[in-house]
Design a binder for this molecule. Structure first.
Ligand code: HEC
Length: 195
């Protein structure tokens, strides 16, 4: 019983955080360990992938996927933080969210209603190949609309443009740990955009 639910949990995690669609890319991937990439290598890889990523996410009808690239980038480059499947992560904030988000405040944060954070992801496989990962999205609803998740709605777009399916608790059980920050994890300190 315990083992089967554990297996199910792992399978579920792999479904969400494992590599999704395979894209043959001509981009130079410097190795199989994303933690070892230099800043320049990450920047070069992203420069090679960014058009394909935007096209992939916006190939369905998700509004955020078509809009987020015009929003405010919250870090100087993608970075691997560990969570979200050790992918390189790059978060964009819409106009409603940007000012408050970019303070990276640690206490008493309440993001304005209508805030949207959209986070691109890139996965390096064990073979040292690059895969486009999901676009992860958090949208702040009106007070009381989603009391169990601090009024955040979690969603995601797969690289084929289609919506991801998961339970809200899957995302929020982890994000809720960012107490005082309105459930926001923020990019790693060394890559945060300072204004
Ligand atoms: C195991 C913990 C964990 C889980 C599960 C998780 N996240 Fe995150 N998430 C983080 C961390 C840590 C960050 C900040 C790291 C970074 O972006 O560099 C983050 C950042 C984000 C951001 C950027 C906004 C922010 O918090 O700063 C979005 C959007 C996001 N996650 C969406 C999701 C969605 C959607 C899911 C569910 C499919 C999910 N997350 C599941 C840990 C998690």
């Amino acid at each position: 019983m315990i083992r089967s639910s554990l297996t199910a949990a792992i399978g579920f995690t792999a479904l969400i955080f494992g590599p999704t669609t395979a894209h043959a890319q001509d981009c130079d991937v410097p190795g199989a360990d994303p933690w070892e990439f230099t800043e320049e290598q990450v920047t070069d890889l992203y420069a090679c992938m960014e058009d394909a990523m935007q096209q992939a996410y916006s190939s369905g009808d998700n509004e955020t996927a078509s809009a987020y690239r015009d929003w405010t980038a919250t870090s100087t480059r993608p970075a691997v933080a560990g969570a979200h499947g050790e992918r390189f992560l790059y978060t964009f904030a819409n106009d409603v969210a940007a000012e408050q988000y970019l303070r990276f405040a640690e206490n008493g944060v309440t993001m304005p209603v209508g805030s949207i954070l959209a986070k691109e992801s890139l996965k390096i496989t064990a073979k040292g190949e690059v895969r486009i990962g999901p676009l992860f999205i958090m949208t702040k609803g009106d007070p009381g609309t989603a009391p169990e998740t601090a009024d955040w709605v979690y969603s995601g777009v797969q690289p084929n443009g289609q919506p991801m399916k998961f339970k809200q608790s899957f995302c929020h059980d982890c994000h809720a740990a960012f107490e005082g920050q309105d459930a926001l994890g923020y990019p790693l300190p060394e890559v945060r955009v300072t204004n």
